[in-house]
Each structure stands twice: as structure tokens, then as C-alpha cells.
Design a protein. Structure first.
Length: 138
């Protein structure tokens, strides 16, 4: 039974996400797909141990770990969305808005998901297809 050190797990997490997010983007996986695709590599860190403990011996549950996973994924995604800018000072609402825009735009840099002139000219009877590259079936 191997026990993981909470500090080690937290130290490895941002590195893992930093390695995965650009790799996914290179493959065309962006937005919500990229966010969810990072869960596997993040959970791999935590699940290699039968138990993860803080320095005082307190067990860390998966629910607590997932809070840190979301923070690491959001930080890396924002760094990609705002390349070259420091997004660390964004308030929670601004981070959520930026992530939402990135998700609906499918990672495209142009007009953040707004319809193009060509799309606007389609007939009223046609339904506009979403610009994102995935369908969640919702």
C-alpha cells in the first residue's frame, strides 16, 4: 500500500497539465474537449497511490483534489487563450467568461464564435451549424 505525499501530488499536477494542454491544442482538441481530456492525466497522478496524505497524516479525498485539478486546468487554458498576457489576476467571473468563450469558439482566434458574413447570408430555413468541433448531444 503506497501512500502519496500531498505536496508531491500538488507539485506534479501543474506540470502535467502544462505538458498536456499544448499537446491537445496541436491535435485540434480545444475548449471543453481539452478541459475534459486533461482529467485523465491529472487523475493518474492521484490514483497511483492507494491513499494521499497531508503532512499531518490527514487523508486527502478525490473531491478536494479535483478542486486543484480544475484550478490547474483553468490556469493553463487561460495562459493559452491569452498567450503572452498574465491572466492570473482575473477574477473568478472573468476566468469563467474567458473559458466559456474559448469553449464555444472551438479554440479559433477569429471573432470568438461569431458568425461570419457568409454564415449570416444563409436562408432563414437553414439552421446554422455550431462553429465548435464537437457535439455534446445537449
Amino acid at each position: 500500500m503506497e501512500i502519496g505525499d500531498w505536496r508531491d501530488v500538488l507539485q506534479e499536477l501543474p506540470k502535467r497539465i502544462h505538458d498536456w494542454m499544448p499537446r491537445l491544442a496541436e491535435e485540434g482538441v480545444v475548449g471543453a474537449d481539452a478541459i475534459f481530456a486533461c482529467l485523465g492525466p491529472a487523475l493518474e497522478i492521484f490514483s497511483r497511490y492507494s491513499r494521499v496524505e497531508k503532512a499531518n497524516g490527514e487523508e486527502v479525498g478525490l473531491q478536494e483534489y479535483l478542486v486543484y485539478v480544475w484550478a490547474a486546468v483553468a490556469k493553463e487554458a487561460l495562459a493559452m487563450v491569452f498567450a503572452g498576457a498574465d491572466a492570473s489576476g482575473f477574477e473568478e467571473d472573468a476566468r469563467l467568461t474567458a473559458m466559456w468563450l474559448w469553449t464555444i469558439s472551438g479554440g479559433q482566434d477569429d471573432d470568438v464564435g461569431l458568425p461570419s458574413k457568409q454564415e449570416e447570408d444563409t436562408s432563414d430555413s437553414e439552421e446554422l451549424a455550431p462553429r465548435r468541433r464537437f457535439d455534446l448531444g445537449i
